[in-house]
Write a protein that binds this ligand. Structure first.
Ligand SMILES: Cc1ncc(COP(=O)(O)O)c(C=O)c1O
Length: 375
């Protein structure tokens, strides 16, 4: 029989999503005005131990809005991880602020705590804490200093929905926290995002910024108070989100099962480095299962990805370190800045199929082939 291709991500759609979606369709509420949006915001913010939730069109939009909410002075510095999605840096730049990069650790792949603290200057007004691939940033020290120096924390929780740091849910630590519901996230609405906060001012501003800052007046609706976006989430997406959220416990359990299956078989291999399976403060939730090739081995990341592709196994390279991005070089940003660990991860890292739609049989096939190539 011909082997079927295994994509990096296959999502799982449960019964409730179909039920709620049908309900939304039957009700004719298909835009962002529908009742599922409010319901999803309420349930998701409650899950993350935050008072307010504002659903948006994706995680990138959530970051842009969250930063704009802070109302920082042009040129203020924002600390961000060098190893992450480009959305973070772009959002800082688009808000006329200065991104300051922090390198990551080689074992957690998260921003290094000591370097974060070292890079705080009197111009630092915010830190974007991004939890990477399934493990949280070790938050305690950073939160303490941020509080003392009145630095605002944006917590990007896109990759770790449902993860706990010292038994407290990630996303509850930021002054303002952001989430993504793209198809490969722990819960998905296809495309989508959310901003959660306890601060009423940020809540009100987020609602305004996602919806073109329409006037609240019935008669003066089209008189706008800000340059804003249409970053709304539709009722159909929110209906799906409500359904997914009902299965979050199962999803987290399955994500860990997938990650642990890979981890147990791959951890003894001398040619690779894996993200920590657990730390003193958290247990990996495995958004994706990453593999980092050691520098001295015979095969390159590209060759490895090619060989796996020949075996019908899809992979993705790791993020490209922000100081190495073509567009930022063109803009003259991050000149002469070196991020050795982040660059190393970009050069040697890729991830394996990790979506909750994957079968154990497929994972075993992937492990077998990967180990064979590595031997
Ligand atoms: C940490 C992080 N933040 C933000 C985003 C952006 O989310 P979206 O793809 O929904 O725009 C991603 C996407 O993967 C991400 O990994």
């Amino acid at each position: 029989m011909k082997k079927k291709f295994i994509p990096v991500n296959v999502p799982k759609i449960f019964k409730n999503e179909k039920k709620f979606l049908t309900q939304a369709l039957k009700s004719n509420w298909i835009s962002s005005e529908g009742p599922f949006v409010r319901k999803f915001e309420k349930e998701f913010s409650y899950f993350n131990k935050k008072r307010y939730g504002v659903a948006v069109s994706n995680g990138t939009a959530a970051l842009e809005i969250a930063i704009k909410c802070l109302g920082l002075k042009k040129g203020s510095e924002v600390l961000i991880p060098a190893f992450s999605i480009i959305s973070t840096t772009n959002a800082v730049i688009k808000n006329n602020l200065k991104p300051v990069l922090v390198d990551c650790d080689l074992d957690t792949w998260n921003m290094n705590v000591n370097e974060t603290i070292k890079k705080i200057s009197n111009k630092t007004k915010a830190i974007i804490i991004t939890h990477i691939y399934g493990l949280p940033v070790d938050l305690n020290k950073i939160l303490k200093i941020a509080k003392k120096k009145k630095i605002i924390i944006i917590e990007d929780t896109a990759e770790v929905i449902g993860l706990k740091y010292n038994n407290k849910i990630c996303g509850s630590f930021g002054d303002i926290s952001t989430f993504s519901f793209y198809a490969n996230k722990h819960i998905t609405t296809g495309e989508g995002g959310m901003i959660c906060t306890n601060i009423k001012k940020y809540f009100e501003r987020s609602k305004s910024f996602r919806n073109l800052s329409f006037s609240k007046s019935y008669y003066d609706r089209f008189n706008h108070s800000e340059i804003s976006w249409n970053y709304r989430m539709s009722n159909l997406q929110a209906a799906m989100g409500c359904g997914q959220l009902k299965n979050i416990k199962w999803i987290i359990k399955r994500k860990r099962e997938i990650g642990n299956l890979y981890y147990k078989s791959l951890k003894i291999n001398k040619n690779i480095i894996l993200q920590k399976n657990s730390t003193k403060y958290a247990q990996n939730i495995y958004w994706v299962f990453g593999v980092l090739l050691k520098d001295n081995i015979a095969i390159s990341k590209k060759e490895m990805m090619k060989k796996l592709l020949r075996k019908k196994i899809g992979t993705r390279p790791f993020f490209l370190s922000m100081n190495k991005q073509k567009i930022y070089k063109k803009l003259g940003l991050f000149k002469n800045i070196k991020m050795p660990n982040s660059e190393y991860l970009s050069k040697n890292g890729f991830y394996l199929p990790s979506g909750i739609g994957i079968k154990n049989q497929e994972i075993n096939y992937i492990i077998k082939n990967l180990l064979k190539i590595l031997s």
